[in-house]
Design a protein around this ligand. Structure first.
Ligand code: NDP
Ligand code: MG
Ligand code: MG
Length: 340
């Protein structure tokens, strides 16, 4: 088992002696800023000119500054703007305002792993990456709990970078749940791999293929939707609660036999071979280069893929069926929370 860090392992006073700037007030930004402030840490929120978040942050009792002023004021800068915006913000507004001994923190390793951001050698560079959406990070903290975080150190100019990251993790609530040390490479590569092949990409492709197969064979789209999409929640809840064996225990014996026997025919060795290629592309930087180029190109191909997915028949039938399930309405705030 890897070493885990909990409440007693952190040095809370380390961060209490520092001024912390949280750049951005989105999903992660609002949660970090509010949790730190409630923990007694001196924090300001750095926002761009004319940002609509200024009012939100002020209403929540926080102090706001421009990104440049916040970076100049702070000892510790946590960069929580979208990954694709971070390089420009860092180069233009943060880097000129950092001094030796300051710390730059991230919640995801992309820009360091792929060398988009290259901080000066006198700066500590570390990661505190909560393993969950920002709204959950805030809510769990407010309820007296925490969600787990990964920490990592990329550059340790002061020799305190790791202790600082752990102290920060403590003040956002993560040492209540458990903190695991990783590296920027491991966090970035496993995160990208997981979201592409299993969690978001693999799952949506599996669901869509199942839906299409049934509909093309003449079954009702409603029936295909319930079977291939709606019912997934039950299965995922079982996995979350009790692992794969918990799921096998709960389903019927017929489902267990059919699933064990047929599953590997669908997700066959060819799929795993493709997963290995995807992992190679992540590790070589090919995926990152393509994603950076896509952004420089105005996200044209991205928008095509998005609208094709949004216009798939599974979405139309799903909308109609979900409209008849008013109890799902209060999960609509999911749309406020971008994925990690
Ligand atoms: P969001 O998309 O929610 O961030 C939006 C915030 O960034 C807004 O306050 C926005 O400003 C600000 N912003 C956007 N562009 C600029 C800019 N050019 N200059 C200044 N500020 C800007 O980001 P997330 O919270 O999703 O992600 C932040 C980091 O956390 C990323 O590194 C991500 O990978 C990581 N992460 C995210 C998770 C999540 O739950 N979403 C989970 C774990 C890690 P304005 O208010 O003016 O619009
Ligand atoms: Mg069934
Ligand atoms: Mg991710």
């Amino acid at each position: 088992m890897a070493e885990m860090f909990y409440e007693a392992d952190a040095n809370p006073s380390l961060l209490l002696g520092k001024k912390v700037a949280v750049i951005g007030y989105g999903s992660q930004g609002h949660a970090h800023a509010l949790n730190l402030a409630d923990s007694g840490v001196e924090v300001v929120v750095g926002l761009r000119e004319g940002s609509s978040s200024v009012v939100k942050a002020k209403d929540a009792g926080l102090t706001t500054m421009s990104v440049s002023d916040a970076s100049a004021w702070a000892d510790v800068v946590m960069l929580l703007a979208p990954d694709t915006a971070q390089k420009k913000i860092y180069d233009e507004e943060i880097a000129p305002n950092l001094k030796d001994g300051d710390a730059l923190l991230f919640a995801h390793g992309f820009n360091i792993r792929y060398e988009q951001i290259q901080p000066a050698p006198g700066i500590d560079v570390a990661m505190v990456a909560p393993k969950g959406p920002g709204h959950l990070l805030r809510r769990t903290y407010a309820e007296g709990g925490g969600i787990p975080s990964l920490i990592a150190v990329h550059q340790d100019a002061t020799t305190n970078a790791r202790e600082l990251a752990l102290s920060y993790a403590h003040h956002i609530g993560s040492t209540k749940a458990g903190v695991l040390e990783t590296t920027f490479s491991e966090e970035t590569e496993t995160d990208l791999f997981g979201e592409q092949t299993v969690l978001c990409g693999g799952l949506s492709a599996l669901v869509t293929a199942g839906f299409e197969t049934l509909v093309e064979a003449g079954y009702q789209p409603e029936s295909a939707y319930f079977e291939c999409l709606h019912e997934l929640k039950l299965i995922v809840d079982l996995l979350y609660q009790d692992g794969l064996s918990g799921m096998w225990f709960s389903v019927s014996e017929t489902a267990e036999w059919g699933g064990l026997k047929i599953g590997p025919r669908v997700i066959s060795s060819g799929v795993k071979a493709e997963m290995k290629k995807v992992l190679d592309e992540i590790r070589s930087g090919q995926f990152a280069d393509e994603w950076i180029a896509e952004n420089e190109n105005g996200q044209k191909h991205f928008n095509e893929l998005r609208s094709a997915a949004a216009n798939h028949p599974i979405e139309e039938v799903g909308r109609q069926l979900r409209n008849m399930m008013p109890f799902l309405a209060n999960s609509s705030n999911i749309r406020d929370v971008s994925g990690g």
